[in-house]
Design a protein around this ligand. Structure first.
Ligand SMILES: C[S@@+](CC[C@H](N)C(=O)[O-])C[C@H]1O[C@@H](n2cnc3c(N)ncnc32)[C@H](O)[C@@H]1O
Length: 209
């Protein structure tokens, strides 16, 4: 019974819905490894005051909170997630910044981004989300076109499959690097955060050609 409930919550991570989705969001917001990986990626992306940043698949909005602190009152953080439950949780978590017009959160799918997200952005990120996207190479190419020349992208993966190891994370990083390169990004580099399993973050740049 306990196992069945646990599996119902795990299945929610790709698109949290209903009561089980709210529990999945609560788990994401409170799990230490989730909190750490989200603040880690904001630091790796070197997000600075006044920048415009887009997060795809913001979940409960941990990275959005950290990013809006970093961009300050003259910057702007945009987020898109196809889950209504995540939109509610992330909007609550970032209520003050949303009210102040410094954060814009939208319910939508990465393959049908609304005109409000045309950009250009200084940085784009996705944390444990790309694995759920349809045709990720095409999505990354589309995101690159929304970045300013020289704009940065960070794609993060912490494999949650049972028995995942450092090798699983490194394999994920290789796959992400290949996808970014085929989408026209340059200067890919991988960083690892030593959790169990490690979090892999692949950073790259829009050469703007
Ligand atoms: C595993 S959760 C990670 C949430 C958050 N980034 C974090 O690390 O706490 C994946 C998130 O990506 C969103 N997502 C998955 N596929 C998506 C898509 N095609 N378009 C928009 N959002 C998507 C899900 O709704 C979910 O909130």
């Amino acid at each position: 019974m306990k196992q069945t409930i646990l599996m119902a919550v795990v299945r929610q991570f790709g698109r949290p819905r209903g009561a089980a989705g709210s529990v999945a969001g609560w788990v994401m917001a409170h799990r230490d490894s989730n909190r750490l990986r989200n603040s880690w990626v904001a630091a790796l992306l070197d997000v600075r005051p006044e920048e415009k940043v887009l997060e795809v698949g913001f979940g409960p909005g941990l990275a959005v909170a950290e990013l809006s602190r970093r961009v300050g009152p003259s910057g702007h953080v945009y987020g898109v997630d196809h889950s209504a439950v995540m939109l509610r949780q992330a909007s609550r978590r970032n209520a003050a910044a949303v009210r102040a017009g410094r954060v814009t959160l939208i319910q939508g799918a990465v393959d049908r981004l609304p005109p409000a997200l045309d950009g250009p952005f200084d940085a784009v990120l996705a944390v444990n989300s790309l694995g759920f996207w349809p045709d990720p190479a095409e999505r990354l190419d589309d995101l690159r076109r929304r970045l300013a020349p020289g704009g940065r992208i960070a794609i993060v993966s912490q494999p949650r499959t049972p028995g995942a190891t450092r090798n699983t994370s490194l394999e994920a990083a290789r796959t992400i690097t290949a996808l970014l390169q085929s989408a026209g990004f340059s200067q890919p580099r991988t960083e690892l955060l030593d959790l169990a399993p490690p979090v892999a973050c692949v950073l790259a740049v829009n050469p703007g050609r």
